[in-house]
Design a binder for this molecule. Structure first.
Ligand code: IDP
Ligand code: MG
Length: 140
């Protein structure tokens, strides 16, 4: 996916409270192209697997319970320098530290329920995209 793609999740709190449309609008305004997207609900086991890098951290159980608590939208996004540009668009993990106008500043309700996930490296973007999408579900 060579630098031009990232992977995102609109998290359960944001989907549940009707923020999917407003968040997609911001993503669109920032000129990210959606090349794959679907609504799904992670099982607890899937959430543990997806976030296995955080296993053992104090927030792990809360995080995986939250991420499996309801439907999410998962997507692959295309943009120049996608990983870094999307991390800028979503803002800091802690919404109180996020820049004004970022998706987390606008829609997060706490550090855990921070509205959106964005991959932190090209390698993780590939791993995370592969976690949810088969080849035939991508429209590059
Ligand atoms: P990121 O989502 O900004 O990449 P990570 O450190 O990868 O942040 O953490 C993954 C997710 O775990 C965060 O988005 C957030 O939902 C949750 N999280 C991270 N740190 C904390 C914390 O200190 N308390 C509660 N939840 C946290
Ligand atoms: Mg992360």
């Amino acid at each position: 996916m060579n630098g031009n793609y990232t992977f995102a999740i609109i998290k359960p709190n944001a989907v549940r409270t009707g923020k999917t449309g407003p968040i997609l609008s911001i993503i669109n305004e920032a000129a990210f192209e959606i090349v794959a997207m679907k609504m799904t609900r992670m099982s607890l086991e899937q959430a543990k697997d997806f976030y296995s890098i955080h296993k053992g951290k104090p927030f792990f159980d809360t995080l995986v319970e939250f991420m499996s608590s309801g439907p999410v939208f998962v997507m692959i996004l295309k943009h120049k320098n996608a990983v870094e540009e999307f991390r800028k668009l979503i803002g800091a993990t802690d919404p109180e530290k996020a820049e004004p106008g970022t998706i987390r500043k606008l829609f997060a309700v706490s550090v855990t329920m921070n509205a959106i996930h964005g991959s932190d490296s090209d390698e993780n973007a590939v791993r995370e995209a592969d976690f949810f999408f088969s080849e035939s579900e991508r429209y590059f």
